[in-house]
Design a protein around this ligand. Structure first.
Ligand SMILES: NC(=O)c1ccc[n+]([C@@H]2O[C@H](COP(=O)([O-])OP(=O)(O)OC[C@H]3O[C@@H](n4cnc5c(N)ncnc54)[C@H](OP(=O)(O)O)[C@@H]3O)[C@@H](O)[C@H]2O)c1
Length: 326
């Protein structure tokens, strides 16, 4: 079967090569999928650069999430052959979704409603489940709170904007261009901050009458995260989600003490099937009511994967970039 493979680390445009490899065999709790559409995410870029916590050994096929049809199942799976599912792949074993066939984790596979397009379903699971874990499970968001989202037009960020808005919060979106912020506005953001034109701290304090925000959702890390402790409110929560900037931020314990605020890690992969199923049911109900809807930047052909992932690395994507495979 055809796949994209990383044989040597580098930028996506150089590291990704088209290859032929044997169809992988699903192990216990795993599914073999015929991939219809795969979604790209920054972790795929970080895997190309060998800067990802769960990078597989070389050579490997990246691609963390897909929509596809189940061709075969390993032992102890609950999903049936023939089902159309959205799922997280076993990318960490080298069998990611940028391939004609991929291995998916049975516990992360959910039936796709007939009304949902493949392009929407492909990039649903990781961004919305992460937003759910961060905002609902960890931060216990109250409807009257204010949530600031960094990297708000990115794959993770836009899901958090939509979910926070759907749950009744006031949403502040931070992004690097007015075009990106336009998508955030369409997704329910109340205040838009272009961090290349405005100082985030000043804009937040002005909007909140010097109180600060209740929750910061941060997939960016670095200075962005570190600065967030200056404008989180008393008893607020700063959620460390990712390191799109290339590095984790540093939290000042002194500021956390003075503000009675919390710094929380958010890792969607740590939650088991029961939590995932309950979160998924809640998320699909919101999707059914039209309150959340995956923002697809573009659906690109399989042959364009290296160029597409480089666009993502270069911060030129709004929402999710997805790949038509079958
Ligand atoms: N904790 C979890 O369970 C979990 C789950 C999913 C993802 N993540 C992590 O979240 C992070 C974001 O992933 P994603 O797929 O949402 O990424 P994405 O779609 O590329 O969005 C990331 C956003 O970060 C901003 N950014 C700031 N500095 C950047 C840089 N140097 N390079 C690229 N983007 C930069 C960009 O926004 P502007 O251009 O507007 O500034 C970009 O839109 C990754 O580190 C990923 O591993 C964590």
């Amino acid at each position: 079967m055809q796949c994209w493979q990383i044989n040597e680390y580098g930028e996506p445009r150089d590291a990704l090569k088209l290859a032929d490899k044997a169809v992988p065999v699903p192990g216990e709790g795993e599914l073999l999928l015929e991939v219809k559409v795969a979604a790209l995410g920054l972790p795929d870029v970080l895997m190309c650069r060998n800067n990802y916590l769960f990078s597989p050994q070389l050579p490997f096929t990246p691609g963390q999430e897909v929509v596809g049809t189940v061709l075969a199942t390993g032992e102890n799976c609950t999903t049936s052959v023939g089902s159309r599912v959205m799922a997280v792949t076993a990318f960490y074993n080298g069998h990611g979704g940028l391939a004609e066939q991929a291995i998916a984790i049975d516990a992360s596979a959910f039936a796709v409603p007939a009304t949902m397009q493949d392009a929407e379903a492909a990039g649903f699971t990781i961004p919305y489940h992460t937003a759910y874990v961060g905002l609902v499970t960890r931060a216990k968001l109250n409807p009257d709170e204010t949530v600031l989202v960094h990297g708000a037009a990115g794959g993770s960020g836009i899901a958090a904007v939509q979910l926070a808005h759907a749950l009744g919060a006031r949403v502040i979106a931070c992004a690097s261009s007015d075009e990106k912020l336009q998508l955030c506005k369409q997704s329910g953001a109340d205040l838009l901050i272009n961090h290349r034109k405005q100082t985030v701290r000043d804009a937040v304090m002005e909007y909140t009458n010097d109180i600060g925000v209740d929750i910061v959702y941060d997939p960016v890390g670095g200075e962005t995260f570190t600065d967030s402790l200056h404008y989180v409110a008393s008893e607020g929560r700063v959620l460390a989600v990712g390191l799109a900037s290339g590095e984790w931020g540093q939290a000042s314990t002194g500021l956390a003490v003075i503000k009675n605020c919390s710094v929380m890690g958010v890792y969607v992969g740590a939650y088991g099937p029961d939590h995932m199923s309950a979160a998924h049911a809640h998320l699909m109900a919101l999707y059914g009511e039209g309150k959340i809807a995956p923002a697809v930047d573009q659906c690109i052909p399989f042959s364009d994967v290296a160029r597409g992932l480089q666009r993502l690395a270069d911060r030129q994507v709004r929402g999710k970039l997805v790949v038509q495979i079958a």
